[in-house]
Design a protein around this ligand. Structure first.
Ligand SMILES: [Zn+2]
Length: 384
């Protein structure tokens, strides 16, 4: 059985989509109370209780946290897949027992429950917790710092989502990206960075068999205000995970599989074959070279050369759903840019919302080719 067939046996169907809040997780946490040790490690700025789960009794202490950015829930979904695997043990029984003997894994599934409820990156006070590592002005930052001090972990997992704009020169999107953050401005290869790099190489060894050409490495510019950099400065190996776009998977139900596959690889539950190893430096660097929709060879009144018009979705919380609202993002040559969806109108004009003139930043409800009135895009009342 390959890893994705195995994954189907522990996929957690109770959480899905982009909008995942503490309220969604609470029923599952209640179920897991009997299997894992669950504690409340503090409260958010709005007084929501921040839970942490503990599993295993091994000597190696690993601390992971997800949804430090409230609107980044893919890794949270992957964690609940991982919890289901460990709780049910339908598969990999021997490997799981070995994992539980080797590791003590502490996991904070939702560090920023207020931001998650509002579907914002920032917390309730509009602060980016991943820029608050030094000042610790926010209660969520202090909660994480205290857990870090108390547990003195051997390894930290900083779990995030990245936007659809990231991809590679090969024309593929960055479905999963990693970083071993720098510990100083010189980006020295400190012992803790090296350990994080080794773990990343192991995970990429398995992932590249699943999503070849879609795995990236983040730029390692140093910023002490970022949590990963500050933990790495303290000498604790820290890995940044970034769950990104997979073709046609705006709900990130596909990407969660690969994040979960990375986790089970990291903990030795599955092992990469020797032939698939890859050096960290050889992992492609993430580039900002993707847009959600590109329309090529568009004629624009008053402009001689044909242009490309780029569109991006902005995610908007409406009630309890995330709506993907298309906007005009850029008009230009965009020759080195790729679209998750690309259309070519071969020199025709386009009408955006029935208008010949459209501006960057404009909300898009409808796009029509002026040449033959064909419909290129329409906003539908469905969730992507
Ligand atoms: Zn993030």
């Amino acid at each position: 059985m390959n890893i994705l067939e195995a994954y189907a046996t522990f996929f957690e169907a109770k959480i899905e989509g982009r909008y995942v809040t503490l309220e969604h997780l609470s029923p599952l946490l209640k179920v897991y109370k009997n299997m894992f040790q669950i504690s409340e490690i503090g409260t958010s700025e709005l007084g929501q209780k921040i839970p942490m789960l503990k599993m295993g009794q091994g000597e190696k202490t690993v601390l992971g946290w997800s949804q430090m950015h409230g609107n980044e829930a893919t890794t949270t979904k992957a964690i609940f897949d991982f919890l289901k695997l460990i709780a049910e043990q339908k598969i990999y029984k021997k490997e799981i027992s070995e994992f539980l003997k080797t590791y003590t894994f502490y996991i904070i599934p939702i560090l920023n429950p207020d931001g998650a409820a509002k579907y914002t990156r920032e917390n309730a006070n509009g602060i980016d917790l991943n820029r608050d590592a030094q000042d610790q002005t926010q209660s969520e930052s202090r909660v994480l710092a205290k857990v870090f001090r108390d547990l003195q972990p051997d390894l930290c997992l900083n779990l995030h989502d990245q936007r659809t704009i990231y991809g590679f020169k090969n024309g593929k999107p960055a479905t999963v990206s990693f970083l071993s953050p720098a510990a100083d401005t010189k980006r020295s290869l400190t012992p803790s960075r090296k350990i994080a790099i080794q773990h990343i190489e192991t995970m990429v060894g398995v992932l590249q068999g699943l999503i070849p050409g879609q795995i990236g490495r983040y730029d390692d510019a140093f910023n002490a205000n970022c949590v990963g950099d500050s933990f790495q400065m303290a000498g604790v190996p820290t890995i940044l995970f970034e769950a990104g776009h997979f073709p046609d998977d705006y709900q990130r139900e596909e990407t969660r599989k690969y994040i979960c596959s990375a986790l089970i690889t990291l903990f030795g539950i599955v092992k990469p074959s020797a032939t698939t190893s890859i050096l960290y430096a050889k992992i492609s660097e993430n580039k900002k070279n993707f847009k959600d929709l590109l329309i090529r060879n568009v004629s624009i009144p008053g402009i001689f050369r044909l242009k490309t018009v780029a569109f991006q979705y902005i995610e908007v919380l409406e009630g309890s759903h995330i709506v993907f609202q298309l906007h005009v993002d850029e008009i230009g040559d965009l020759t080195s840019c790729f679209g998750h969806q690309e259309l070519d109108v071969s020199g025709a004009e386009i009408l955006v919302n029935s208008q010949q003139n459209y501006q960057v930043g404009e909300k898009v409800l409808k796009i029509v080719s002026k040449k033959d009135d064909s419909l290129l895009f329409i906003k539908e009342d469905k969730f992507l």
